[in-house]
Design a protein around this ligand. Structure first.
Ligand SMILES: O=C(O)CCC(=O)c1ccccc1C(=O)O
Ligand SMILES: [Mg+2]
Length: 341
C-alpha cells in the first residue's frame, strides 16, 4: 500500500514532532503476541494526545503509516462522533484454559469475547480447551470469536474450525495468512456445510492493497485498525469501499491510541459495525499514560479523549537507548512521509 496523504493535516516539521514526543514502555499483564512490554511514542499535540506505536519489528515503510495516523489525530481534525458508547469484546490471549476466568474478569459486562488461537508452540487441543472454557464462562448467548493471526495453513484451518464449530463461533479472524488461502478455506467450509464467517485483519492492515480481500470475496467482514491504516480518514475510506461489515480493533495501544480507534468506531454510520469492537485491550496493559483509562465498563467504552498524565509519562519512561531508538524511528518515518509528500 502506498503511503497515503495526511488527509488534511499538514506534516509538522520534525523538530515540532520531536518536541511533542514522549517515549513510554508499559508492561503487559499477560504475554500478548509474544510481548511483555508495550513501547510507544506519545505526542502532546495541539489537537490532543496522539500515539505512534508500530511494533518494534515493523519496517519504516509500514511504520510511516502509523506516524501519519498520529499526525492526523494530533494535528488534524477528528470526525464527529455519532454515538456516546462503543461495545467492546473481551480479548483473551493464548492463555491456559484455567486462566480464562481471570482474563474475562478484566472485561466487565462484555458479552463478546475474542480468543487467540494457533499460537506457536501450542496445539489444537490447547485452542479447543481455551475456547471451551470461554464459552462455558460466558454462556450460550454470548458471542465467541477466534483470531489465528494467519497461523494456520488451509488444511490446519479447516480441521481446527471444524473442531471449533461446536462452540458456535461468531467468526474466525485471519485463519490463514494470504487472500487466496482465505478464499480457498471459505469455499471448503461452505462445501462441507460448516457455517463459519471469515474476518480479514492482517489482509487489510498489512496488505499492499487493503481492499484486495474484499474484492476477492475472501472474507465476510473486515477488521479495521486506525493506526496501521494511516488514521481515521483512510480507515473510513477503506470501510466505505470494502462494503463489508466492520470490526474496529486495537493494536494493543495505550488509551491514547485506543481513543483514536474509538473515534473511528464512533464516526461510523449505524449498521456498519458487525458487533463489539476489539478496543478493550487497555485491560491487558499494566499501566497507561492517562489517569482516565479507556477500560471497558458495562461491556462498552464511553467515547472520549482522555488527557495525558504527566506523572505516568515520567514513570514509564524507558532507558535512554530505547528513547533514542524511538526518536530515530520517528525521524526516519517523518522523512518517509516528507518524501511521499
Ligand atoms: O481485537 C481485539 O480484541 C484486540 C486486538 C488484537 O487482537 C490485536 C492487538 C495487537 C496486535 C494484533 C491484534 C490482532 O487482532 O491480531
Ligand atoms: Mg487479529
Amino acid at each position: 500500500m502506498a503511503i497515503d496523504s495526511l488527509h488534511g493535516a499538514p506534516l509538522p516539521p520534525l523538530d515540532e514532532l520531536m518536541g511533542a514526543a514522549r517515549v513510554v514502555s508499559i508492561p503487559t499483564r499477560t504475554r500478548f503476541r509474544g510481548i511483555s512490554v508495550r513501547e510507544a511514542v506519545i505526542f502532546d499535540a495541539p489537537h490532543g494526545p496522539a500515539e505512534f506505536s508500530p511494533f518494534t519489528e515493523y519496517a519504516f515503510g509500514e511504520s510511516s503509516r502509523w506516524l501519519a495516523a498520529a499526525i492526523e489525530f494530533g494535528w488534524g481534525e477528528t470526525p464527529a462522533a455519532r454515538r456516546d458508547t462503543v461495545d467492546v469484546n473481551a480479548t483473551v490471549p493464548a492463555v491456559s484454559a484455567g486462566s480464562v476466568a481471570d482474563v474475562l474478569a478484566r472485561f466487565p459486562g462484555c458479552r463478546t469475547a475474542k480468543v487467540k488461537v494457533a499460537e506457536r508452540g501450542q496445539s489444537l487441543a490447547d485452542d479447543v480447551a481455551r475456547v471451551r472454557s470461554v464459552r462455558a464462562a460466558m454462556g450460550a448467548d454470548a458471542r465467541v470469536r477466534v483470531d489465528a493471526n494467519g497461523g494456520w495453513s488451509v488444511d490446519e484451518a479447516f480441521s481446527a474450525l471444524t473442531a471449533l464449530a461446536e462452540f458456535d463461533l461468531d467468526y474466525a479472524e485471519q485463519p490463514c495468512a494470504t487472500v487466496p488461502e482465505l478464499a480457498d478455506l471459505r469455499a471448503r467450509l461452505a462445501r462441507a456445510g460448516i457455517p463459519m464467517r471469515i474476518a480479514a485483519d492482517e489482509s487489510v492492515r498489512k496488505a499492499e492493497d487493503p481492499l484486495a480481500v474484499a474484492r476477492a470475496g475472501a472474507a465476510d467482514l473486515i477488521v479495521v485498525k486506525a493506526q496501521p491504516l494511516g488514521g481515521i480518514a483512510p480507515a473510513l475510506a477503506i470501510i466505505e469501499e470494502a462494503q463489508l461489515p466492520v470490526i474496529v480493533s486495537s493494536a494493543l495501544d495505550t488509551s491514547v491510541g485506543i481513543s483514536m480507534g474509538l473515534h473511528l468506531a464512533a464516526a461510523l454510520p449505524d449498521g456498519a459495525l458487525a458487533g463489539a469492537c476489539g478496543l478493550g485491550t487497555v485491560a491487558l496493559l499494566d499501566g497507561d499514560v492517562v489517569a482516565d483509562r479507556l477500560l471497558p465498563e458495562g461491556g462498552a467504552l464511553r467515547v472520549r479523549r482522555p488527557a495525558l498524565d504527566a506523572g505516568a509519562l515520567e514513570r514509564y519512561r524507558p532507558t535512554p537507548d530505547r528513547e533514542r531508538w524511538w526518536q530515530e524511528r520517528v525521524s526516519r518515518c517523518h522523512a518517509a512521509l516528507t518524501e511521499a509528500g
